[in-house]
Write a protein that binds this ligand. Structure first.
Ligand SMILES: Nc1ncnc2c1ncn2[C@@H]1O[C@H](COP(=O)(O)OP(=O)(O)OP(=O)(O)O)[C@@H](O)[C@H]1O
Ligand SMILES: [Mg+2]
Length: 262
């Protein structure tokens, strides 16, 4: 089972209780993601990408408009939605395997089955031998992998990922991108991937939504059509990838002087 995700005229503003100053992070955002689609969201720093994910995961409510999963407004986190926030939220007092088990605790699984499922996902992330370590004993990239394992362990219908591969070295990044792409293809899960890496957007997604600077608005939304549908490595070396990446660089004015690098 997979689910669709809709943003309908969504605006999100934050008001500072002390000063009364209001910042509009996202303004009038409308898009529709079909069940099973893999969509990358790119845009300059501070344009509201994490805010979008926080609303889709039910952690924030929109100021105006609606966020819907399968046509139902998202008012709180839902068990079928796996999300990995930008800062990894591993619980420091739980071991790595216990962290991965966390999302499984609401499922009707025996303790042994829960452990088995968590270890399976950790092994896929090449973290099997660190199952009994604690978050502070892992490197940043390892913690990121553990958080990704926790997100995938629940076999979600929708996954929301905020820069999941950003703290990884190039080699580990490619290994995990391939594993992740295969997992998505196998399960047909709907995916929203936020990334600063425009090449990653092209090799990991079927579609890219491009946002303006704050307040974030959709400035482009297009499909990525490469001969290889899944494998990021093959997609990376397809010359057509460079054409899509160039389009993104141009949209975000990354070739211009004095622009802040996104
Ligand atoms: N909880 C919050 N309280 C107040 N302001 C917030 C909150 N969350 C986000 N903002 C503001 O909303 C704007 C968008 O922030 P957001 O984190 O969504 O940006 P982003 O696109 O994810 O940036 P980055 O690429 O740097 O991660 C920023 O101006 C930020 O200060
Ligand atoms: Mg962010």
């Amino acid at each position: 089972m997979t689910s669709n995700l809709d943003f309908a005229q969504v605006t999100k503003s934050f008001t500072d209780a002390k000063t009364g100053t209001t910042v509009t992070a996202v303004d009038g955002m409308t898009f529709s993601i079909a069940a099973g689609e893999r969509v990358a969201v790119v845009g300059p720093s501070g344009c509201g990408k994490s805010t979008i994910l926080n609303m889709a995961s039910g952690l924030y409510q929109p100021t105006r408009g609606e966020v819907l999963i399968d046509g139902r407004p998202v008012t709180a986190p839902r068990p079928e939605v796996g999300f990995m926030l930008q800062k990894d939220l591993l619980l420091p007092w739980r071991s790595i395997v216990e962290n991965v088990e966390f999302g499984l605790e609401e499922r009707p699984l025996s303790k042994a089955d829960r452990r088995k499922r968590a270890l399976e996902e950790l092994t896929r992330m090449q973290l099997g031998e660190f199952a009994d370590s604690y978050p502070h004993q892992l490197s940043g990239g390892m913690r990121q992998r553990a958080a990704l394992a926790r997100t995938l362990a629940i076999d979600p219908e929708v996954v929301l990922l905020d820069e999941p591969f950003s703290a990884l070295d190039a080699q580990t990044k490619l290994i995990l991108q391939r594993h992740f792409a295969r997992t998505l293809a196998r399960s047909g899960v709907t995916c929203v991937l936020i990334t600063h890496d425009l090449n990653e957007a092209v090799i990991m997604a079927d579609r890219v939504i491009v946002l303006s600077g704050r307040p974030g608005r959709v400035i482009d939304d297009f499909r990525i059509e490469l001969d290889e549908p899944v494998d990021p490595l093959t997609r990376k070396f397809d010359p057509a990838s460079a054409v899509y990446a160039r389009r993104l660089f141009d949209l975000l004015h990354l070739g211009d002087d004095d622009e802040m690098v996104a």
